[in-house]
Design a protein around this ligand. Structure first.
Ligand SMILES: *Cc1c(COP(=O)(O)O)cnc(C)c1O
Length: 390
């Protein structure tokens, strides 16, 4: 047996926030200090809103203090109520946004390759109480937006997309924010583009944009009129300033991640039972996560065993998304939450493993992670085939 690879000296996590040069942020903050305007639709906020609209090629953008508030406001603004069809294979903020706005999440199974909502399952889940569909472009792979659009038109449903993983995703050259009534982006520190905490809605309609801007600012129209019960969802100037600087470096980060993904793909292809999640050919990927799938029978090691053994090498991979949202205590009693109703999502949640994926990991770092995975898989297979000593 070959000598085991050297563990990383420091813990390596799945993401590491992209930190632009500090002096660039300081220069941007100077404007904020000079204006003495820290929040409430300031100059940095206005500029970032415009820049995000340009980057995402979408006409109407509304910035938020985080992605979850943005999702809550979208659910309110589009009057979702009753039942809303969504995926269990997501971060808990997705079904929580429905619960907080008094809708019941109805979990539907996902497509085995894209891991996004299966249109046939959506169709089968529609009842007279259904008011909308909340799809997730999970790992930046788009939902079947055209099929969902057809269903929504035929059944008169609203469509919201959680695009927290899909900043920069394009489908046949079309920006992802063009689909659905509203699309949420998260700018959390773990996301490729970030403002430490933050988020946005991309909206197709100008009237809806005006209502959303009111909703995120307590419903305040002017000094004497409050026109709806709004919330405080405003992005502040320090967040917006960070966003302006981060946005300048995003293409460089994307290139670095593209190179890392190429290393992972080439190296992991030779490991039996290990496959890599990839967006289809007509999709420009967001490069938010790099996801391997570990089939225990083929690989000779379960995903959980690999995940646990990687820790000994200081590699902290993550099991996104495990357990499914439908398995958590707050949702497991829903009729749509049973594992038997969600076999594809259930199987995926037992196989997916997010690997370290951030620009400063570099190709060398990716090779080291692959050396370690290869070593663990080989050792496990050797152990399994060794004669049993009685
Ligand atoms: C990060 C994330 C969110 C939440 O966004 P915040 O900005 O942290 O509130 C929602 N959905 C998905 C799929 C996410 O990954």
């Amino acid at each position: 047996m070959a000598r085991p690879p050297t563990p990383f000296a420091e813990p390596v996590y799945v993401t590491r926030p992209m930190l632009p040069p500090l002096d660039e942020y300081a220069a941007e903050l100077k404007y904020v200090w000079e204006s003495a305007w820290l929040t409430n639709a300031g100059q940095r906020h206005a500029l970032l809103e415009q820049r995000i609209g340009e980057y995402l090629r979408t006409p109407y953008v509304s910035l938020f203090n985080n992605g979850t508030t943005a999702l809550l406001v979208a659910c309110r603004a589009l009057h979702l109520r009753g039942e809303v069809i969504t995926t269990p294979f997501t971060f808990p903020a997705t079904p929580h946004a429905l619960t907080w706005t008094n809708s019941t999440p109805v979990f539907c199974d996902v497509d085995p390759t894209t891991l996004t909502l299966d249109p046939a399952a959506i169709e089968a889940a529609i009842t007279p109480r259904t008011s909308g569909i909340l799809g997730v472009h999970v790992f930046g792979a788009p939902c079947d937006v055209r099929a969902i659009q057809r269903i929504a038109e035929r059944r008169d449903l609203k469509v919201i997309y959680d695009a927290a993983h899909a900043f920069g995703t394009e489908l046949d050259g079309q920006p992802i924010a063009r689909f659905g009534d509203a699309t949420m982006f998260s700018f959390h520190a773990t996301k490729l583009f970030h403002t430490a905490e933050g988020g946005a809605l991309a909206i197709r309609d100008e009237t809806l944009k005006r209502e959303i801007d009111l909703l995120k600012n307590f419903g305040i129209k002017n000094e004497v009129e409050v026109v709806m019960p709004g919330i405080n969802g405003k992005m502040n100037e320090l967040q917006a300033a960070l966003g302006l600087v981060t946005l300048r470096h995003i293409d460089r980060e994307r290139r670095a991640r593209g190179e890392i993904a190429a290393v992972y793909r080439a190296r992991l292809a030779s490991l039996p039972g290990v496959s890599c999640f990839a967006a289809p050919d007509h999709v420009r990927p967001s490069l938010q996560y790099f996801i391997a799938r570990v089939n225990a029978a083929g690989a000779g090691i379960s995903r959980d065993a690999l995940w646990a053994r990687l820790r000994a090498f200081n590699v902290f991979a993550r099991r996104y998304f495990y357990p499914l949202c439908s398995e958590h205590d707050c949702y497991r009693s829903l009729p749509s939450a049973s594992a038997a109703h969600l076999p594809v999502a259930y199987a995926a949640s037992r196989e997916v493993l997010a690997l370290p994926f951030f620009g400063t990991l570099g190709q060398d770092g990716a090779h080291r992670v692959c050396d370690i995975i290869e070593h663990i898989c080989l050792e496990e297979r050797a152990r399994a085939s060794a004669p049993q000593v009685l």
